[in-house]
Design a protein around this ligand. Structure first.
Ligand code: HEM
Length: 430
């Protein structure tokens, strides 16, 4: 497990629809079967809570949507949902495309880039603009560094169940506390500025400030901080991983890459993409879906049982943590034909009918499904189409994607890619 978490879970799944696997003396049950995953994730909070590891994230995310439970989560989910209604998401399309064009402005023919870093900067730019209508590119390096420290910290939490308290005077805890303080400072600064100005800038923060429940109550400053940090962190790394891995897969499958480019050229011509184009970029969407099947940015989710739970003919004891692994289920041969093949056309409407709804769950499922799933899909599709219209990204010889499971499924080492210009004119505004 410690040496290779993904291989361990893959092997454990061979034992059956459910397999019991003690991890560091704690009882876990891996649920690999889509039907049983659906039955479990459909449960509300009466039977299960998020797992211990997710609650550990509370040190950074406070009581935001990812980490909160029960009545607090229910109230917050309703309030935050105001910021994610389809009409609002549509309006974020422009910011997504603009961020892709800002990246293009920095790119040139023959240049080499580290793909995961380039996509992380781009999606941070998107989240900064859509969440805070702010240019966080200037602070991107600072935030990027802080996120790395936080993520490395949690990789260790995954490996070592007994953690020192937060005040522990070690260099590691010092780095972690400093990183949290930095992200905190950037986010609270943005909230304070907005409270002062009081203007509606049409971004997520304005929507969160305006959101009120049935009793007319809004969010406290502290709750607002927790939700903003949650959206900031949850909304950027996942999408950047999805995009970077897609470019990697496309570089290994030139015929698929050519089709994505063809679609982008046909749909966009010589103008900038708009959010309406998202519906038209059908093949590009299938490519993103298929890329997240093979390389799901979130590779496992967990739930701890509050009481005994009947599942698949077994009684699973209270206290056990159920694990649902996108990495495992997305690659099971009984769920997908030729599971290791990168085949976007398996998502064409007809063949996709044969795929169980929970054989593919990159965004989770049930009441706690990712609130940003439509946002993320639109972002990934519009950004991919915009970039690919201008450049082909070639992987440098000898490079392969290796993975490092952390909070998300990150690349273990830098992947260098070369930009090859298609020589097309820069796109004009729509
Ligand atoms: C490709 C991109 C993304 C992936 C793969 C992804 C994946 C997930 C998954 C698997 C969960 C469920 C976790 C669980 O059940 O324990 C989740 C929850 C969540 N995601 Fe995402 N996510 C993505 C993008 C985003 C974006 C863009 C945002 C916001 C801007 C976002 C915000 C959230 C929030 C707030 C939750 C918690 C929802 C709740 O519990 O009510 N995510 N995400």
């Amino acid at each position: 497990m410690m040496a290779d978490q993904l291989a361990y879970m893959t092997a454990a799944a061979e034992y059956g629809r459910l397999s019991s696997l003690p991890i560091l003396f704690e009882p876990y049950v891996l649920v690999r079967d889509p039907e049983l995953i659906q039955q479990s994730l459909a449960q509300g909070h009466t039977v299960m809570l998020k797992d211990r590891f997710t609650h550990e994230l509370g040190r950074v995310l406070g009581q935001g949507l990812v980490t909160s439970e029960g009545d607090l989560w229910r109230r917050q989910r309703k309030l935050v949902a105001h910021a994610f209604i389809p009409r609002r998401i549509q309006t974020y399309g422009d910011a997504m495309v603009a961020a892709a064009h800002r990246s293009l402005d920095d790119w040139s023919d023959g240049q080499e880039i580290v793909i995961h870093k380039a996509m992380a900067e781009l999606t941070l730019d998107v989240v900064g603009r859509t969440l805070f209508d702010a240019d966080v590119r200037g602070t991107a390096r600072e935030v990027g560094h802080a996120l790395h420290v936080i993520s490395d910290f949690y990789t260790e939490v995954l490996e070592k169940p007994i953690q020192p308290p937060e005040w522990w005077p070690s260099p590691r805890m010092f780095r972690f506390r400093k990183a949290v303080r930095n992200v905190d400072r950037i986010v609270t600064g943005m909230i304070e500025d907005r409270r002062k100005s009081g203007e509606d800038r049409g971004d997520l923060l304005s929507a969160l400030l305006q959101a009120q429940d049935e009793d007319g109550g809004g969010m406290s400053d502290e709750q607002l901080r927790d939700e903003c940090i949650t959206l900031f962190l949850a909304g950027h790394e996942t999408t950047s991983i999805a995009l970077a891995n897609t470019f990697y897969l496309l570089s290994k499958h030139p015929e698929i890459e050519a089709r994505v480019h063809e679609e982008a050229a046909a749909v966009l011509g010589n103008r900038r993409a708009t959010s309406e184009d998202y519906q038209r970029l059908e093949y590009t969407e299938r490519v993103i879906k298929e890329s997240m099947r093979l390389y799901p940015p979130v590779y496992t989710i967990g739930r701890q049982l509050l009481e005994d739970f009947e599942l698949g003919g077994y009684t699973i004891k209270k206290g056990v943590t159920l694990l649902f692994s996108q990495w495992v289920t997305h690659r099971r041969p009984e769920c997908f034909a030729h599971p290791l093949r990168f085949d976007p056309d398996r998502w064409l409407p007809e063949p996709a009918k044969a795929i169980h709804k929970y054989a593919y769950f990159p965004f989770g499922g049930g009441p706690r499904i990712c609130i940003g799933n439509h946002f993320a899909m639109m972002e990934a599709v519009l950004v991919l189409a915009t970039l690919i219209r201008q450049y082909r990204l070639e992987i440098l010889p000898g490079q392969t994607l290796t993975l490092k499971p952390s909070v998300t499924l990150r690349a273990a080492a830098d992947l260098n890619m070369r930009l090859v210009s298609r020589g097309s004119e820069p796109a004009r505004a729509a």
